[in-house]
Design a protein around this ligand. Structure first.
Ligand SMILES: Nc1nc2c(ncn2[C@@H]2O[C@H](COP(=O)(O)OP(=O)(O)OP(=O)(O)O)[C@@H](O)[C@H]2O)c(=O)[nH]1
Ligand SMILES: [Mg+2]
Length: 244
C-alpha cells in the first residue's frame, strides 16, 4: 500500500511484502484499502447528488504533470466566457500557481494543496465546494494533481473524466496506465502542434486507448495553436445540453 494515499494495488511488489507475508504478520492491507475507497465512494455519491440537483456539470481533468490541463482551461474559460458559467477547483501538491492563472481569466477558483498527497479525493472536493457558492446550470472543472496512477481510483462525484495526454509523452501511455484510460470518458491528445518534431504515432495512441476503453471518446487538439479546440467545445456543449 502506498504510504501517502493508501491507494496501492494489491499486487504491488516494490514494498517488499507479498500479501501472504502480510497475512502471516496479521496485517489486513486489503481491508484498509477497501475502507479508504469505500469512504471516498460515499462522499463522491454525496458530491454527485449535489451536482445533479443543481445541474452542475462536474468534469475531472486528469493527466501526468505538464500535459496541458491548466492551459486547456485558460483557453476554454476565455473563449467560452459569456456562453457558459464556469468554476474551477485546482489540485496541486504545492503552490497556487494554477489558481492564479485561472483567476486571471476572471473565473471563480479554489486551490487545494494536497501536501504529500498525490491525488484529490471526494472529501477535499466536498470541502472546496462548500465554500464556493456554485451557480446552478454551470460547469465545474476539477483539475486533479498531475499523476496518471492514483487519481484513477478516487471518484470525486464527477459526471465526466477527461484524461489529457500530450504528444511528448509517448503513445504507449494508455497501455502503461490502463486504469486512468479505462475510468475516463474522454481522452484529449494535446500539443499536436509539436507532432512534426516528436516521434509520436497518434494512430497507435488512439488504438491503445480504445483497446483499454472501447467507448472512450478521443479529441486531438493544440491549446497553443487552437487547432481542434472547436471539437472540445462541441463535446463540452453537448454535455451541458444533456443534463444527468
Ligand atoms: N507546444 C504546446 N505546448 C503546450 C500546449 N499546451 C500546453 N503547453 C505547454 O505545456 C506546459 C505545461 O502546461 P500546463 O497547462 O501548466 O500543464 P498542466 O497539465 O496543468 O501541469 P500540472 O498542473 O503541473 O500537472 C506549459 O509550458 C504550456 O505552455 C500545446 O498545445 N502545445
Ligand atoms: Mg496545471
Amino acid at each position: 500500500m502506498c504510504a501517502t494515499c493508501g491507494c496501492g494495488p494489491t499486487s504491488h511488489h516494490e514494498h517488499g511484502y507479498s500479501h501472504g507475508d502480510q497475512e502471516k504478520k496479521g496485517k489486513t492491507i486489503v481491508d484498509i484499502e477497501q475502507d479508504i475507497l469505500g469512504e471516498n465512494n460515499l462522499l463522491a455519491a454525496r458530491n454527485r447528488g449535489f451536482f445533479e440537483g443543481r445541474n452542475i456539470l462536474a468534469i475531472n481533468l486528469v493527466s501526468s504533470p505538464g500535459s496541458g490541463k491548466t492551459t486547456l482551461l485558460e483557453r476554454t474559460l476565455t473563449d467560452l466566457k459569456g456562453e457558459l458559467n464556469f468554476a474551477v477547483i485546482e489540485g496541486d501538491q504545492q503552490t497556487a500557481n494554477d489558481a492564479d492563472r485561472i483567476h486571471a481569466t476572471g473565473t471563480k477558483v479554489t486551490q487545494i494543496n494536497t501536501g504529500k498527497g498525490c491525488h484529490l479525493d471526494a472529501h477535499m472536493v466536498l470541502h472546496a465546494v462548500q465554500g464556493m457558492k456554485l451557480q446552478a446550470d454551470s460547469v465545474l472543472f476539477i483539475e486533479n494533481v498531475g499523476n496518471l496512477v492514483c487519481p484513477a481510483m478516487f471518484d470525486l462525484g464527477e459526471k465526466e473524466r477527461a484524461v489529457v495526454i500530450s504528444v511528448t509523452e509517448g503513445e504507449d501511455k494508455p497501455l502503461k496506465y490502463p486504469d486512468m484510460f479505462h475510468s475516463s470518458t474522454l481522452c484529449i491528445i494535446n500539443k499536436i502542434d509539436l507532432l512534426p518534431y516528436v516521434k509520436f504515432d497518434i494512430e497507435k495512441a488512439k488504438e491503445y486507448a480504445r483497446k483499454v476503453n472501447p467507448s472512450l471518446e478521443i479529441i486531438e487538439l493544440s491549446c497553443t495553436s487552437g487547432e481542434g479546440m472547436h471539437l472540445w467545445y462541441e463535446w463540452l456543449k453537448s454535455k451541458v445540453l444533456t443534463p444527468a
